[in-house]
Design a protein around this ligand. Structure first.
Ligand code: BMA
Length: 340
């Protein structure tokens, strides 16, 4: 049992620059649940062998589209290499995933060969949709792609060279510049890692790099490394960033989730950051699978009208799962439980 008691009164925090999403998948917090984030009772929503070519779909990103939902999915194919797949859904819970991986073209419309691709993030920026993922440069680096119709997927310039992972764009320009979170790393199962950010005038050239936050010192659940999770949510209290934090045990890494509030004008400034995790592997589908003890968030759906948030996360590098939170309650928890 986690000790994430949410004793706080609500802060009145609201999502800003978002849209109403009345059809967000949702379940109220079960009676007697004392956690600030609670799991969907129908988890996992995607299980083993979801399409003939892939053994496992997890660490994936979804977004509302034309009244329904679309997703970019990390699918580990049966040679164990990850690739990106596209899917659609009416309710964001039952997914129709295309049987073949996404075929990228470059800006000249020519086919692009991909080594591997994993842990996608997806957002709308202006009138186009952007995808970031861990790309084979060769060697892990941040990949960036764009689509307007989820039919043609255009691969853009890599914002970073190796080694880097967990590239996450902010959903609007800040002071006239695009902003990208990332996590410099090594080529393997990186045993370190802090979150940094970079600025760009055009999504091609990146600079003005800033350190955002380091792995935890006092908080042992995130003592090995941290990485940005879903696209940050703009709120009245700052950018709400849900992230993953990793600890090293004698049986390997354990991936949990934390949350932070970043300054709206300068998101390299951390205003608050949870001391305790907001979700840690407890359910069978999180503690048992291809890689046990992994809860890895890559996307949220958010209803700006009601403050309801659905968090999409990969469980045990095997399943796709959903958890829920309310923005006011989560922000109250981040502030009261802050280690900053
Ligand atoms: C990280 C990434 C994630 C994965 C996690 C746990 O390094 O590869 O895709 O979920 O390890 O295996």
């Amino acid at each position: 049992m986690s000790t994430n008691a949410t004793k706080s009164p609500k802060t009145g925090a609201r999502i800003v620059n978002g849209t109403a999403l009345p059809n967000i998948p949702w379940e109220d917090k079960p009676a007697g649940c004392h956690q600030v984030v609670w799991r969907y009772s129908g988890n996992p929503i995607i299980g083993w062998n979801p399409v003939p070519a892939a053994a496992r779909i997890f660490n994936s990103a979804v977004i509302p589209y034309q009244g329904g939902f679309v997703g970019i999915f990390r699918a580990d194919e049966k040679n164990a290499k990850p690739q990106l797949y596209f899917g659609t859904s009416e309710d964001a819970l039952k997914w129709d995933i295309r049987p073949e991986r996404i075929k990228w073209v470059n800006e000249a419309g020519e086919a692009v060969k991909n080594g591997y691709a994993y842990d996608p993030r997806l957002l709308k920026l202006g009138d186009a949709y952007y995808i970031n993922w861990c790309d084979d440069f060769p060697g892990p680096s941040i990949g960036m792609g764009m689509t307007r119709d989820f039919k043609t997927f255009v691969k853009l310039e890599n914002p970073t060279f190796p080694f880097n992972r967990n590239g996450v764009l902010f959903p609007r320009q800040i002071n006239g510049l695009y902003v990208l979170l990332s996590r410099p790393s090594d080529s393997g199962h990186t045993p370190f890692g802090d979150i940094v950010l970079s600025h760009s005038p055009d999504l091609v050239y990146w600079g003005k790099h800033r350190h955002v936050m380091s792995r935890g010192v006092e908080s042992w659940w995130e003592s090995t490394k941290i990485g940005a999770g879903p696209v940050p949510i703009e709120t009245t209290e700052g950018w709400l960033l849900i992230y993953h934090g990793v600890t090293t045990t004698c049986n390997g890494f354990v991936y949990s989730m934390g949350a932070a509030l970043l300054d709206l004008d300068d998101p390299s400034k951390v205003l608050y950051r949870t001391r305790d995790y907001i979700l840690t592997p407890e359910a069978d589908y999180e503690t048992t699978g291809f890689v046990p003890n992994v809860a890895f968030p890559c996307a949220t759906l958010a209803d700006a009208e009601t403050g309801r948030i659905a968090i999409y996360y990969g469980a045990a590098d095997t399943y796709t799962a959903v958890a829920f939170a309310r923005v006011d309650e989560l922000i109250a928890f981040v502030k009261e439980n802050s280690q900053v």
